[in-house]
Design a protein around this ligand. Structure first.
Ligand SMILES: [Zn+2]
Ligand SMILES: [Zn+2]
Length: 164
């Protein structure tokens, strides 16, 4: 039985673990809520992390330390079309292997990388989001605004020709 109960282990907010501590304890299972300001700048502004919890399991095997992590929380993301902000849950897992010669195991680096890589490049609040009117800025999801199209796109002109 390798896994002991280290529930009182004080998980550092910067998620940097001393390898010697992990080896001394023969592995470690821990979880912690990480304050969102630790993730400032990880997502594309104005998207941001509003809540994050990590669960970590370190095991010592020969010359390696293997880490399995689960990352859960919520992020606030902006719709690429209507610019509405939506709160979205996330639930990601990661696994990394470190040499026991590594002095500090920097889990924050992996966590930030995971958050950045799993961010939607072009988030839409709804696949059918109608976006904003280019002329008055009205949210077209709330209904039409009454603006007349100013200059027709080449496609609209073409469509007009075919309709004749
Ligand atoms: Zn939208
Ligand atoms: Zn309009």
């Amino acid at each position: 039985m390798i896994q002991n109960d280290y529930a009182d282990f004080d998980v550092p907010q910067n998620l940097k673990f001393k390898t010697l501590d992990i080896i001394r304890m023969g592995g470690l299972q821990c979880s912690a809520q990480i304050a969102p300001d630790n993730f400032a700048g990880v997502l594309q502004a104005p998207n941001k992390i509003i809540r994050a919890t990590v669960e970590l399991s370190f095991s010592v095997a020969n010359k390696d330390i293997i880490v399995h992590g689960t990352l859960r929380g919520e992020r606030e993301v902006e719709c690429a079309r209507c610019l509405k902000h939506v709160t979205q849950p996330f639930n990601e897992t990661f696994a990394e292997t470190y040499s026991i010669k590594t002095e500090i195991i920097d889990i924050m680096y992996v966590v930030k990388q995971t958050l950045a890589l799993t961010e939607d490049i072009r988030f839409l609040c709804d696949p059918d989001c109608k976006g904003l009117c280019a002329q008055c800025g009205h949210d077209l999801n709330d209904g039409p605004c009454g603006c007349q199209p100013e200059n027709l796109s080449p496609f609209a002109v073409l469509k007009g020709k075919f309709n004749k």
